[in-house]
Structure formats: C-alpha cells, structure tokens
Design a protein around this ligand. Structure first.
Ligand SMILES: C[S@@+](CC[C@H](N)C(=O)[O-])C[C@H]1O[C@@H](n2cnc3c(N)ncnc32)[C@H](O)[C@@H]1O
Length: 342
C-alpha cells in the first residue's frame, strides 16, 4: 500500500504528480480523481513544502464497500474503531508536537450518491475512534491536534492523517483575501506550468491580492504584479510582506501596461471572468487588449499562462494556444491555457 496521499484540485492531479515525482525518495506514484497516492522514504518535513497540492496525508487505511445505504454508517463506526493510527501519529509527531491523547477532528468528502451526509460520516467515524482510542473528538478542525481525513470515491475510501497542523492550501502568508482570489495551490500550479528558469521575470497584469506573483517569487522568480484596484494592491503588499518575498506591485490598467517591450519572460494571470470581478470594457475587448499588451512586453520566446472561464476569448492576434485543460474551481470549470507567440 502507498503510505501517503495528496489531495488536489480536480484537473491539477498531473501537475501535483509531477511535483511529487521531482522529490527524492518518492516512488509508486498513482494518480486518481483529485488525489495522488505515493510511497516516500524521505524526511516528512519536506512534504510540507509541496506547493501545488491542497493537502497531504499519511495513508492509514483504504476501506472498500463504502456503499450507498444508511447501514454503511454502522460499518464506518466499526472501521473507525479498527483504525491503526500508531504509524500515522508517529509520522505527524516527526514534524510537530502531538499530545498522548490528541483531540481529533474528522473531515470527509465523497463522490457518488449516498443516503447519508458528510456530517453523519464524520460522526460515525469519530464515535469509532473515540470508543477504541479514548481520544476526544473536536468538531472544530482549527482546535484539533490531529485531522482524520476520509476521501470517499464511490465504494472506496482513502483514510489519512493530515501531516501538518493546518491544510497545505492555507498558506500563512495569505492574510488578505478578496473575491475571486486564487487558492495558493492553483496559483502555484499556474507557475509550475510556466516551467520557469531561475531569475525569470514574471508579470501578472491582474494580480488581485498577489497570489500568483508571490508563488512565483517563492520559487525564485523576479515577480511583478499590477491591478487597477488599490484595495487589492494593498492586500498584495501585505501578503508579500507576510511571505517574506520582494514583489513589485503597481497600479495599472492591464490594457495599457506601463512596461517596456521585452520586460517579461512570462506572463501568468487569472484574468477577470466578468462575473465576480467585472471589467470596465466589454469582456472580449478587455481580453483582446490585455493579451496584446502581454504579447508586447514579452521576450520573443516568452510564455503566457492564463486561467479563464472564457477560453473562447483567448484568440488574440499573434498568439497560439499550445495546451488547454479544464479544472474545477469556485463551483465552475475554468480552463488553464498555455499560449505562445506566433
Ligand atoms: C480574478 S481576479 C485576480 C485574483 C488574483 N489572482 C488573486 O489571487 O488575488 C482579477 C483581477 O483583475 C483586476 N482587474 C480588472 N480589470 C482590470 C484592469 N483593467 N487592469 C488591471 N486589473 C484589472 C481586478 O481588480 C481583480 O483583482
């Protein structure tokens, strides 16, 4: 059995798998829907530095036969009691302090129809663990010492213990969050798509609170961001300071960037979708003008990576789409597109 699993955003599994494959001592990678299973013989603390995964768990069990009827709740209670958590707790203890009788939370999600709810799954598993281990159940994950995670896909449940004290997607630097702001692992995935070389200059013309340039700076890029919204820019500066990275932020209009030809090696952006974040101009015109500007400021072999819910608007003069795929985000299915200059 694999001894770890990472949970990811739907559509980004292959990027997380690629990130994991680069780590020493990782083997047996197995990619599935919203998750990657793997074996790892290195230092556990290194796994807390993964950037594109939502969260990471010591794999403590796989349960089969988790079916639709309500009688499954009794089965979950029983299986919760049978869980062997010793190795998982030892692994978590190698990166942080865990009390002898840890307060534990349970998180559950499922794919497939059920005659019971996630709250009922959590309660059933928690009862089993409480009865067997004598640990106190803490419904508030933020106050728990350990998190037991159930990821149920149809009849199969992956059961894990979260390695870190908080989910990996909750970056401590993200102090300011505005509507439409990206989950950091998605920003990190966009950055990973760009396959940056050390010192590459990255520009995000619509940076919001700065998630993309901050993730780029954290892996060594020279990052710069701008936005028309002053409140967003103040948030971006606060977030970058908390992340301990130097990113230049500037107020501008993405349709007329105050940057010279060849000022960037790569543009990476989550362009406005015209729903939560509206643009002043017609959305099609906004896309055409801002993509033309990105093209102008890029070096000849420059790359553009964009996340958008309107990929049909990406056809700007002089750009070709090299790669495009769908992800799940904010209850929608936007695409990540990789463009290059013709
Ligand atoms: C989807 S949000 C970006 C969110 C960002 N990736 C983050 O994580 O916070 C799009 C951003 O585009 C900005 N925007 C809209 N029109 C703009 C324009 N003409 N020039 C520059 N930025 C603009 C909005 O203020 C908003 O912050």
């Amino acid at each position: 059995m694999s001894d770890w699993f990472a949970l990811t955003t739907r559509g980004l599994e292959f990027i997380s798998e690629r990130e994991l494959a680069r780590l020493p001592h990782v083997a047996d990678l197995e990619r599935g829907y919203r998750h990657v299973l793997f074996s790892y013989r290195g230092t556990a603390a290194l796994l807390l530095e993964l950037r594109t995964v939502d969260d990471l768990f010591v794999h403590v069990a796989t349960w089969d036969g988790i079916a639709r009827p309500r009688s499954t709740l009794e089965q979950l209670r029983r299986l919760g009691g049978l869980l062997d958590l010793e190795v998982g707790v030892a692994m978590c203890s190698s990166v942080r302090q865990i009390p002898v009788r840890p307060a534990f939370s349970v998180t559950a999600s499922f794919v497939g129809k059920r005659n019971y709810t996630t709250d009922e799954i959590k309660a059933a598993v928690a009862e089993g663990i409480e009865a067997e281990h004598g640990w106190p159940y803490q419904p508030n994950d933020g106050a728990a010492n350990l998190n037991v995670r159930l990821f149920i896909e149809h009849d199969l449940a992956l059961v894990g213990l979260r390695l870190g004290s908080a989910a990996l997607h909750e970056r401590p630097y993200k102090r300011v969050h505005l509507a439409g702001s990206l989950k950091p692992p998605v920003a990190a995935a966009l950055v990973a798509m760009a396959e940056l070389r050390p010192g590459d200059r990255v520009v995000d013309p619509c940076c919001g609170v700065g998630t993309i340039p901050i993730e780029a700076a954290l892996i060594g890029a020279v990052a710069q961001g701008g936005d028309r919204d002053v409140e967003a820019l103040n948030g971006a500066r606060a977030n970058a300071a908390a992340a301990g990275v130097a990113v230049r932020f500037q107020q501008w209009d993405a349709q007329a960037l105050p940057l010279a030809v060849g000022a960037a090696d790569c543009c990476i952006s989550n362009l406005p979708w015209g729903r939560q974040v509206v643009v002043d101009a017609d959305l099609a015109l906004f896309y055409q003008r801002s993509l033309t500007e990105m093209r102008r400021i890029l070096v000849p072999d420059g790359r553009i990576i964009v996340l958008t819910s309107t990929p049909e608007l990406l056809q700007a003069h002089g750009l070709a789409c090299e790669n495009q795929f769908e992800i799940s985000l904010f209850g929608q299915t936007p695409v990540i597109a990789q463009l290059r200059m013709l």
